[in-house]
Structure formats: structure tokens, C-alpha cells
Design a protein around this ligand. Structure first.
Ligand code: SF4
Length: 338
């Protein structure tokens, strides 16, 4: 079965943008591939929203949300990046073959560094850690959106360079992963101005109560042409209609379009229907999340088991890599202790 690696930032509880944009895809993939899903807390250290006091909570909350959303630890390996120290070790080893110019060319590095007075080296080296994440598990496939294609291409380049320098057998020690292009579902925030994101405060969390969902949808932006109930609108330019596409059945979507174009109802009527359908769709996820929140030891057990499995696979790769690079093997007694 082909192997997949994918990571998600520890941004805390999932919101519907994460759920629709990435996690639903993971839930589907876990039945067809051998999946390693990782909460990438080490990557978060270079992010703008990093706060040491919040990181552990956000990491656990993300893991809890993933389990609530349908990630099944009996079908995949779910773990936290920093629980497998080999991610950082391999990253250092890959530094040896990564050209500086390639790192400086990364679009995300240019975007994120341009407003900084002092640029942390971690921001530049971020793609090497990403390469390490993927190559450590010798993943065949990596689900990527358009914005991550450049990073994956660099991972492939790093693997090629490393294999050319150190892999002498008939099959490369670090196989080049292939991109699994996922259709980018860009879920807009409730403000209708930007992508749904916690930092923008325009999200609906997967555990919101029915009343909270309604209170958030009520003021959400709609087609500005609908100034009054009598003004016809265009559902194609309305974010609420977009959300109906994910949460309402096809017949409701058709009804929404007709009633919007014909000014046959008000936007609040339309949002009420969406709120009810969204509440119903999220109810089982919310229930599982509340249950897991009441039993956090279950989340810790899953992450502990996941880290053990991930360490085993990572250890196999590292033995091959360290041997090929000429490092003195770790004495057996030390390995047993570890
Ligand atoms: S009726 Fe619905 S789809 Fe049309 S503008 Fe209002 S909220 Fe949007």
C-alpha cells in the first residue's frame, strides 16, 4: 500500500475551513493508503502566531480535533512531530546537501521575511525540516495544494542530491516523493474578505454550539447587492451560498439559488437554513470532541502509540542514512536504553 505523509500546524481546535480544506481529505485517504499524519509543532516555532505558553495546549487540541473529525488511529499513525526527535536530526543531515540559493528562492520565505527586520534562520530552513518530515518515512505520496508544490519540489531535489552523494545501492535510500495534488478548497472567512483563519477571527470552530453557530452566521457578509429583502442577489458571489454547497443537500442549494435571485426570501432566512444544516453536520464531530475533552488520557494514548510507531519507522531510515553518511553507529547498549 503506498505511503502518505501529511502534516498540520498546531493551531488549536479545528475550524470548518481546516475541516473542509484538508482534514476531510485525510479521513478519506486513511482507508486507501498507509498514512502518517503529524501535528507539526516544530514548524510552528517559526510561525507568526507562536506562543510558548499556548503551544502544548494547541498541539493537543489539534490532535483531539483530528480524532473527533474522523482520523482513526487503527487505520493510520497520528503523532506529534517533536515526539520523534529524528525529524530534527535528519534535518541537520539534509542541511549538508541543500543549496542555500534554493532556500532563498522559496516564495513563502520571500513573503514571510520581507517585513522582518531580523530574519530567523528557521524561516529559511523551514523547507529542509519539511523535507525531513517526508523523507524520514520514505513516503511515496504527499497531498499538496498549489501553494506547497514548490516546497515538495525542493524535497525531491534534496532527496536526489542526497542519494547522488550517499546512496550506493540499486534502489535509492530516500525515494523521491510524488505530489498528490488536492483540489484547493479555499474556504472564505465569515467576513468574506480573506481565507478562513483563526488569526483573522473569521472562523466557526467544529465544536461551536448551535446558538454560537447562529450568532456567527447572522452578521456574516453576503452579496452586497441585497440591501433590502426586495433586492435580488447573486448566490455565486455570496460566501453563504458557498457554505451551503458544503453543508446543504443539492435540492436545498437549488432552492437557495432561486430564492436569492428572485428576492423570494431574506438573507437571514437563508442563513437560518445554513445554520441548521451546519449544526446537524457538525453534531457527531462535536459530540466526539466533547467526549475526548472529558477523557484527555485517550488523546495522549493515541499520540503515545503514534509516536512509538513513527519512531520505529524513522529509526529504520536513520540507521540507513547515518550508515551511508559514515557516522559511527550508536553503541547497542545506548540503543537499548533509548
Ligand atoms: S439570500 Fe443567501 S445566497 Fe443570497 S445573498 Fe443572501 S445569504 Fe447570500
Amino acid at each position: 500500500m503506498p505511503r502518505i505523509f501529511s502534516g498540520i500546524q498546531p493551531s488549536g481546535e479545528l475550524h470548518i475551513g481546516n475541516l473542509l480544506g484538508a482534514v476531510q481529505n485525510w479521513v478519506e485517504l486513511q482507508s486507501r493508503y498507509e498514512c502518517f499524519f503529524c501535528v507539526v509543532d516544530l514548524h510552528a516555532l517559526t510561525g507568526a502566531g507562536y506562543e510558548a505558553a499556548q503551544l502544548a495546549k494547541r498541539t493537543r487540541d489539534m490532535a483531539l480535533s483530528l480524532l473527533a473529525a474522523g482520523i482513526d488511529p487503527s487505520r493510520c499513525t497520528l503523532f506529534v512531530q517533536s515526539h520523534v526527535p529524528d525529524h530534527s536530526v535528519l534535518m541537520w543531515l539534509l542541511n549538508a546537501v541543500t543549496p542555500l540559493g534554493e532556500l532563498e528562492r522559496m516564495t513563502q520565505f520571500k513573503d514571510k521575511s520581507q517585513h522582518l527586520e531580523s530574519i530567523p534562520a528557521g524561516l529559511l530552513n523551514y523547507p529542509i525540516l519539511m523535507a525531513s518530515d517526508i523523507l524520514l518515512y520514505r513516503a511515496d505520496l504527499v497531498p499538496v495544494g498549489e501553494d506547497q508544490v514548490q516546497h515538495l519540489e525542493l524535497t525531491r531535489e534534496i532527496a536526489r542530491r542526497w542519494n547522488a552523494a550517499f546512496s550506493t545501492g540499486p534502489t535509492p535510500i530516500l525515494p523521491e516523493p510524488q505530489p498528490m495534488l488536492t483540489v484547493a478548497k479555499r474556504i472564505m472567512g465569515l467576513d468574506g474578505d480573506a481565507k478562513m483563519s483563526k488569526s483573522k477571527g473569521n472562523t466557526i470552530a467544529i465544536t461551536e454550539t448551535p446558538e454560537e453557530i447562529w450568532q456567527k452566521l447572522r452578521p456574516a457578509k453576503t452579496d452586497p447587492a441585497r440591501k433590502t429583502r426586495k433586492d435580488p442577489g447573486n448566490p455565486e458571489v455570496c460566501n453563504i451560498f458557498d457554505l451551503h454547497r458544503y453543508f446543504s443537500p443539492p435540492e436545498t442549494q437549488a432552492e437557495v439559488a432561486v430564492k436569492c435571485r428572485g428576492a423570494l426570501w431574506g438573507c437571514l432566512d437563508c442563513k437560518r437554513v445554513l445554520a441548521d444544516n451546519m449544526t446537524a453536520a457538525l453534531a457527531p464531530i462535536r459530540e466526539r470532541a466533547l467526549d475526548l475533552a472529558a477523557h484527555p488520557e485517550q488523546v495522549d494514548t493515541v499520540l503515545g502509540d503514534g509516536a512509538m510507531t513513527a519512531r520505529r519507522h524513522a529509526g529504520e531510515t536513520m540507521r540507513l542514512v547515518q550508515d551511508a553518511m559514515g557516522l559511527l553507529p550508536v553503541p547497542r547498549e545506548v540503543r537499548r536504553e533509548a
